[in-house]
Design a protein around this ligand. Structure first.
Ligand code: ZN
Length: 170
């Protein structure tokens, strides 16, 4: 498994969908789900997101995703797409304007990354901005920045010369 610069394309539909879900909860508590998409070479293409399930649990500052409903969502997409669309990451909300990963987020992402054994994208939706994070060097997950966008979505990539913003997972 190689690690290195990779971009994450997030479709506008996904961004508006998770924003709407977080707003429906009025950001009073964290909500979340999984991201579905496909691998395009070294890039990740996020095309859908699962909504919170009844069996999930949450608090104002944490979100616990129950595996069952989200896995069924991923399995159905996998079957429909003939194996092209798969579980490609996770998302949750933060009640802050410009969300940044918490210590718990970083630990939980690293755990998912170890379990899945493939690149994943992690997305936090805040009341104004989204934070998209993905693999950087071995053992690190970095916050990406928007580098391009078109009618399909927003492309997030590694800042070319901004080593000051690593989200290091240890
Ligand atoms: Zn968080």
């Amino acid at each position: 498994m190689s690690f290195g610069p990779r971009n994450v394309l997030v479709e506008h539909m996904v961004l508006s969908r998770i924003k709407a879900i977080a707003e429906a909860a009025a950001f009073r508590h964290e909500v979340g789900g999984i991201l579905l998409g496909s691998y395009r070479g070294r890039d990740l293409h996020v095309i859908d997101a699962s909504a919170p399930q009844n069996s999930d649990r949450w608090s104002p500052t944490r979100f616990w995703r129950s595996p069952a409903g989200h896995q069924a969502f991923a399995d159905a997409a996998w079957r429909r797409s003939g194996g092209l669309v798969t579980h490609i990451g996770e998302w949750h909300s933060h009640p802050e304007l410009r969300p940044t990963p918490s210590v718990i987020d970083r630990a939980s992402w690293l755990k998912s990354r170890r379990e899945q054994r493939r690149p994943l994208a992690f997305l936090i939706v805040g009341t104004a901005d989204v934070c998209v994070c993905a693999d950087a060097e071995l053992g690190t997950i970095r916050a990406l920045v928007p580098i391009d966008q078109d009618e399909m979505g927003v492309l997030f990539g590694h800042p070319l010369s901004d080593p000051s913003r690593p989200v290091t997972v240890s």
